[in-house]
Design a protein around this ligand. Structure first.
Ligand code: MF3
Ligand code: CO
Ligand code: CO
Length: 255
């Protein structure tokens, strides 16, 4: 295993296909936004996203993940990621929800997620969402040829440090493109081994920090559904995700 050499460099033609997939994933989030309201179930949101995706000639990539039976992830409140949609879980006033969409369009993948606020949310939730978005965007800003991958996590740590938030360590961003999850791991905290792994034009990966409203990063996985990851201490957690391409002079957000 070689951290640097394992990272795929995509051709202009592949980039074109991945960009189209990324744009479709973004379009799914824009499409679902007006449906995200009190009273709707997370399974209804799942089904709407899946039909929109199919109507646009693609499939929902989570269905390709062994053991995962749904098209999207719907991650609520103290949940961190991989929230399983459920017919009986209706959205309620005060909920915060992450919807994570990955599409497969002609063998190319685009992966993106954002937070939705249902009704009136707490000031604490508001602040957490705002800082998590800022952490992702500031990390994206440093993406350019020649930059070390470790700068992503370093940048995120700097943004969240004043708030005493916890950065999830065991779930990472990832290379993506002609596969859903590939090299490299994208750590959202400083990871020394990635000081010497360098971004190059044509690399594509996700940045998707999961941030807890407490200094902890312990979690547990829901025993009933086998997937939903939630904070051990019950703290709120937020996440945003973009798929990012390294370009000649910087980067392009593909989602
Ligand atoms: N979209 C998630 C990610 O950002 C992965 C979901 S895999 C699933 O990498 F199986 F949980 F759907
Ligand atoms: Co991802
Ligand atoms: Co995702």
């Amino acid at each position: 295993m070689n951290l640097q050499k394992d990272i795929k460099i995509y051709s202009p033609k592949e980039i074109d296909g991945i960009r189209k997939a990324g744009h479709l994933a973004r379009d799914v989030l824009n499409y679902i936004a007006p449906f995200v309201k009190e009273g709707v179930s997370t399974l209804e949101l799942n089904d709407l996203c899946d039909s929109y995706t199919r109507k646009h000639g693609a499939t929902s990539a989570p269905l390709e993940v062994s053991g995962y039976k749904h098209a999207i992830c719907t991650t609520l409140n103290d949940e961190i990621c991989h929230g399983v949609p459920h017919a009986k879980r209706m959205l309620e006033d005060g909920d915060i929800l992450n919807i994570d969409i990955t599409v497969n369009l002609n063998g190319f993948y685009g992966d993106t997620s954002r937070m939705f606020k249902i009704g009136n949310i707490s000031n604490q939730a508001e602040k957490l969402i705002r800082s998590t978005y800022k952490a992702m965007m500031e990390a994206i800003k440093i993406v350019a040829p020649g930059q070390p991958f470790s700068l992503i996590g370093k940048t995120i740590e700097k943004i969240v440090a004043p708030y005493n938030y916890g950065i999830i360590r065991d779930f990472c961003g990832h290379g993506i493109g002609t596969m859903f999850h590939g090299s490299p791991h994208i750590f959202h905290f400083y990871h020394k081994a990635y000081d010497k792994v360098i971004m190059q034009e044509g690399m594509i990966f996700t940045i998707e920090p999961m941030i807890n409203a407490s200094p902890n990063f312990d979690y547990f996985i829901n025993k009933k559904d086998g997937w939903t990851v939630a904070t051990a201490d019950g703290a709120l957690s937020a996440q945003f995700e973009h798929t990012v391409l390294v370009t000649k002079n910087g980067h392009e957000i593909l989602t």
